[in-house]
Design a binder for this molecule. Structure first.
Ligand SMILES: C[S@@+](CC[C@H](N)C(=O)[O-])C[C@H]1O[C@@H](n2cnc3c(N)ncnc32)[C@H](O)[C@@H]1O
Length: 285
């Protein structure tokens, strides 16, 4: 893969077309989509978007989740819908005063490289699935949260996009060896065993396929109660898989990894070199 950074303006403009195709404002547009889905008045949706971050945290603190058990964590996400308002607020650029742009980066990479079959793993409210579709991909949207997934279907239908929804909570798994790319953004820190999860994701990629992911080395803390694991030194983590880091396409918020059938062997040899040279993910940035 050639060096493929996109300008902030390009990424922002692309994300705007995803979130606000009619030019009514990204926050208003997603609030309207939520209101049409839930039947709530739009003002109520907008109020919920404002308070969603603390509402969602409160829900977590009352849920008594066993953070070492993937099923227990997944059960927490399964039936709630509060997260939809939180993600809507964030995707509309309201939470931090700027848009989250990882999906825009992945979608523009996909377009540039002619990648077609995409899996949006941990799809949330489907903004990323829309982005990948706008970039020309056939998108499968997978999540454990079934109400969020129904909302993804509603949004995609509203945009005239064919939905392929996978409800992971009832065992609907992506096809093996099928995908040109997988996006897994802001999901791994909600999964107790990150290594097992990225190994699982690798099985859904065709040889040469890409995993677009954002690892957090240590995301656990008071402000992030729902983060149950960290990747640590993610280079060490990925050296235990068949995924090879594509250093050229990294930035501070995104890692791009490519699946090679003999990647595990290549990584094993590279891990010896890494250790000899004192090389770590942080130095590789
Ligand atoms: C912070 S949201 C990110 C959503 C979306 N990727 C985005 O960036 O907007 C985390 C998502 O991961 C999902 N999730 C949590 N545990 C999961 C698991 N074990 N497998 C798949 N998805 C999971 C949640 O339901 C939620 O939709």
């Amino acid at each position: 893969m050639s060096r493929s950074h996109f300008s902030a303006d390009e990424l922002t403009a692309f994300w705007r077309t995803v979130m606000d195709p009619d030019g009514i404002g990204p926050s208003r547009k997603v609030a309207m989509e939520l209101a049409a889905f839930t039947g709530e008045p739009i003002e109520q949706v907008e109020r919920k978007m404002q308070s969603a971050w603390s509402d969602f945290n409160d829900l977590w603190h009352t849920a008594h989740v066993d953070t070492a058990d993937e099923k227990s964590v997944a059960n927490f996400y399964r039936d709630q819908f509060v997260e939809a308002y939180e993600l809507a607020h964030w995707h509309a650029g309201e939470t931090f005063g700027s848009f989250p742009l990882n999906y825009a980066k992945a979608a523009l990479h996909a377009k540039r490289l002619g990648l077609r079959r995409a899996l949006d793993f941990g799809a949330g409210i489907g903004s990323g699935s829309i982005a990948l579709s706008v970039a020309g991909c056939e998108v499968y949207s997978a999540d454990v949260a079934n109400e969020l997934l129904r909302f993804v279907g509603h949004r995609l239908e509203g945009r005239g996009i064919a939905a392929h929804l996978l409800d992971l909570g009832i065992g609907q798994l992506p096809p093996k060896g099928y995908f040109d790319l997988i996006t897994c953004f802001d999901v791994l820190e909600h999964v107790p065993d990150q290594l097992a999860k990225i190994r699982e994701l690798t099985t859904y990629l065709r040889p040469g396929g890409y995993l677009f992911v954002n690892f957090y080395d240590d995301p656990i803390g008071e402000d992030h109660a729902m983060h149950v694991s960290g990747a640590g030194d993610w280079l060490r983590l990925t050296r235990k898989t068949s995924l090879l880091p594509l250093w050229d396409s990294f930035d501070g918020f995104l890692q791009v990894l490519q699946y090679k059938p003999y990647g595990r062997l290549i990584n094993f040899a590279a891990s010896i070199k890494d250790r000899a040279q004192g090389f770590s993910a942080n130095r590789g940035k």
